[in-house]
Design a protein around this ligand. Sequence first.
Ligand code: PHB
Length: 391
Amino acid sequence: MRTTTSRITRRAMLAAAAALAAGGAWAQGDTVKIGVILPMTGPSASTGKQIDAAIKLWVAQNGNKAGGKKVEVIVKDDAGVADTTRRLAQELVVNEKVVALAGFGLTPLALATAPIATQSKTPMVIMAAATSSITEASPYVVRTSFTLPQATLGLADWAAKNKIRKVVSLVTDYGPGNDAEKYFAERFTLDGGTVIEKLRTPLRGADFAPVLQKVRDAQPDALFVFLPSGQGAAFMKQFAERGLDKSGIKLIATGDVTDDDQLADIGDVALGVVTSHHYSAAHNSLANKKFVEAFQAANKFRPNFMAVAGYDGMRLIYMGLANSKGAGGDALLAGMKGQVFESPRGPVLIDAQTREIVQDIYTRKVERVNGQLYNVEFDTQKAVKDPAKVK
Ligand code: PHB
């Protein structure tokens, strides 16, 4: 009964949202609103904290005007629960008449919202979630984060070139983990290596003890890991507690595991871990030095890859509004496609065909720099498209 009621309400709200978009409700008045939905509480709160801080930094540095309109940012907390994300998105579209939706800390939260973006013709900027298929869930989705296939292939190549022949993979069992597992295995096999075992842990309440025992028993040359941002410290602690750091099994991972947000908590056990990713707080460019300095001056923590995608997502919305002269809907979407700019992570492009970010992917190693741990980049793959969309 409850389900039926909420379904009817949902349908009515979607119809209202579609009607509003068709009438261009956002185009009236001098103010445009951006609706940001983030996990500010719950297990992914670090993602919300990072992106929220980056959005505030963008507005502090660039003002609250774009495309001739005053910009108002509304941040809502979904606590990482998809039903809440969907309800908040409906409210933001119908009641607040937002010109864009943004945020989305986890893949299921983005996927729950995509139909609302489509129905209401509201551009939806993905600042965190990284499963490849998300951009295909709605023609209004545009991504400034990354995809797991994009971040993974370079690491498989690095492993094969560095005497690693047998790998066990360990991923969180949902969209991005499945992408990481598949793309690592395919590429590593092409490179002549073998993935001898594929292990998965649940998204919620992961206990790494049983899988780490399996890793030890399998005795691979290396363990390849993907875990979503926020779980790296707990994993690395158990990895060390079980003595795996001294077992001769090399740890390699996507940069989500040696997240800049958690590297200090992880501590010395992270030293030497090789990862691949699109952003490091240690990225050596003037744009990044300025970004990190300003971010750290405004907050008491270091920006991570979530923060950079939030910052770039705001830039994309501002550029889109400038191009659409403050209009929303299809005009704003068109204004975002094809944008090229220098991000703190390096040069990026929003592919007009796929609405996916094209960016450099770096191979990095955790090192101590001036007394602090950093992911130090030592190799670059230029302008990497999401491999899942390159056929
Ligand atoms: C996701 O849910 O898509 C996700 C979340 C955190 C990450 C990567 C992917 O670090």
